[in-house]
Design a protein around this ligand. Structure first.
Ligand code: ATP
Length: 300
């Protein structure tokens, strides 16, 4: 597929765990995108960008081969694909532009609950079902153990029950699926998040300009997501204590309150979690009207 039309082509998952968050990220960046008809290539109306909707497992290859300029994919899929390509001598180079704040999970080895697990050496000689044989084998090599891998692209968790494998190595977020299948997590071998990746070759011309505009917007959206705007009224005499209590306090704004000499308004952006406990402590110091608001966009 020709990728020289000056439009930045970005591969995202068509449907699955990363698709809603990826689409939402671009919408929050102000991209007018209509994905309703689920075509392979979706034109962005207000920027020279095309979104390519594909399977997650195809994204690393599309970016590494230069078919797409950028992609959003889980570190797990990316690294498995890169290891696979290194084995076959295909091009496996890419740049990780930034880590995104969604798609968090871990790749773990799990065994039937009744197995008496005594540490990594207990895995020696086992047969493990997985979608990620390269990452699993790398773990084995690092620990000097050998196991047999059985590659499955789905329903990995049922493999031990049907006698296909002794255990599994699969993605876990809450652990509920493992539990429902009578399995226990014994080793976390990799932790993953979604990432924005680009090909090895630097972008040039129109595409570079579009990317330079898009990236700060993406970073602004991600930063805003984890930040909160905090407002409160505080007793003037307790201002120093109030400020030390406020999480991640970068120079708060202190404003006078009309008709009140003893109290001030304090505003700040916090990049840390604002706990109920902190609000209660602020209240105990005499603060009131404590508001914690989400931030939509940030720049600079
Ligand atoms: P494809 O689009 O090729 O079918 P997939 O089968 O890996 O890919 P999903 O199950 O939607 O599709 O997972 C996409 C990605 O979401 C995973 O590769 C991983 O990075 C991330 N993820 C986050 N939490 C989980 C989880 N609990 N189980 C599986 N994947 C998870």
């Amino acid at each position: 597929m020709n990728n020289d039309n000056g439009r930045l082509r970005i591969a995202i998952q068509k449907s699955g765990r990363l698709s809603d968050s990826s689409q939402d990220l671009f919408k929050r960046c102000g991209l007018k995108v209509s994905l309703a008809d689920r075509k392979l290539l979706s034109h962005v109306g207000n920027m020279p960008i095309d979104l390519m909707l594909v399977r997650s497992s195809d994204i690393p290859g599309l970016v590494m081969d230069g078919v797409c300029d950028l992609g959003i994919v889980g570190d797990n899929t990316l690294e498995e694909h890169a290891l696979q390509r290194q084995l076959t001598g295909e091009t496996s180079a890419y740049n990780k532009v930034c880590s995104l704040k969604f798609g968090g999970c871990r790749l773990s080895i799990a065994l039937p609950e009744e197995v008496d697990y005594q540490g990594v050496q207990s895995l020696d000689g086992l047969r493990l079902a997985t979608t990620y044989p390269r990452l699993l084998n790398r773990f084995g090599e690092q620990h000097g153990i050998r196991f047999e891998t059985c590659k499955l692209n789905g329903s990995v968790e049922v493999a031990p029950r049907v006698g296909l494998a002794d255990g599994i190595c699969d993605l876990v977020s809450t652990g509920a699926t493992l539990e429902a299948n009578g399995l226990k997590e014994v080793e976390v071998i990799y932790t993953s998040k979604a990432a924005l990746i680009s090909g090895e070759k630097p972008l040039s011309g129109e595409k570079a300009k579009t990317f330079d505009k898009l990236l700060p917007r993406m970073q602004g959206v991600l930063k805003a997501k984890e930040s909160k705007y905090i407002m409160l009224h505080a007793p003037k005499g307790k201002l120093a204590e109030v400020i030390t209590l406020m999480p991640g306090s970068e120079t708060p704004t202190v404003l006078p309150l009309a008709g009140r000499d003893d109290r001030v308004a304090v505003h700040m952006v916090s990049t840390e979690t604002f706990f109920w406990e902190t609000m209660e402590q602020l209240k105990d110091l005499g603060c009131n009207s404590i508001l914690v608001l989400p931030i939509e966009k940030m720049m600079g």
